[in-house]
Design a protein. Sequence first.
Length: 256
Amino acid sequence: MPRIRSKLVKHFRLFAKTKAEKQEVLTELVAQSEVLTELAQAVSQQVSQRCGRVKRAAAARLTQLVEVARTLLPQIQQWLATGKVATEKLLHAGIPAARAIARGSGQVKFGRKWLINRLAGGYVFGARVAARADENKMPEAALPAYRRVFGAKATPQLLVSDRGASLAGAPKALKQAGVRQVGIPPRGQGAWLVGKPVQQTVKSERGKTDGSLGRLKHTKYGFSHRQERSLATQDAVGQRAIVSANLNTLLRDLLA
C-alpha cells in the first residue's frame, strides 16, 4: 500500500511553484485518494445494522463519499492528462447536482441549471432542472411550470423564450397546448414565428428577463454563490431568493 502523506495539499498550495511540481503533487494526491477510497469502502462494509445510530450514519456518509470519488477521480485524471474539464464534472462532494456544463467552443459553466420564468411586471418563478437539460425543450417545460402556479388549464397568450430554444418542434407542441403566440428569436437568418409588432414585444421581454436574472443573482437576494451544503437547502435558498424579489416587486407596485 502506498504511503499516505497527509500534508500534500499544504505542500501544493505553499511550496509547489512550477507547473511540473504542481502536476506531480496533484498526480500523487489522486493516487492517494484512490487508496483512501478503497479503505473507506472496506470500513463502511464492516458496519452492520446492529451497530449504533452514529456508526450507521458515519458508514452511510462514507458510502456516499466513495460513490462520489469513483465518479470524480477519473474526471480529475482526464483533466490532468488533457487540460480539459470533463463533461458534467462534479463540483462538490455533498451536492452531486452541481456540475460543469459544457457550452461549446471550450467554454464551461459551473453550478446548477434553473428554468426561470418571468411574468409581466417583473414577477418571477422557477425551479432547478437537470445539469444537461436540453435548452431546446425549455419552452415546452415552461408551460407545465406556468400551470403549476396558475392552474391546470391556465395558458399564456404569448410565451417568450431565448434563441437557444429555437427548435422547430417546440412552437407546434405549444400551439397544440393552446398558446396563441410563441416568441422565440430565430437563429441566424431564420424566420420569426410572430409578426413585427409582436417581435418588438418579444425583444423587450427578453431584455427584461435578463434584467430579472441579474437582479436575482445580486448579493441582496443570494440566488448565486450560496454556501449551503446540501441539495435540499440549496433549492430552498433559491426559492427564498425568488420570493424575496417578488415581495419587493409587489411593494413597488403597491406604492405606485
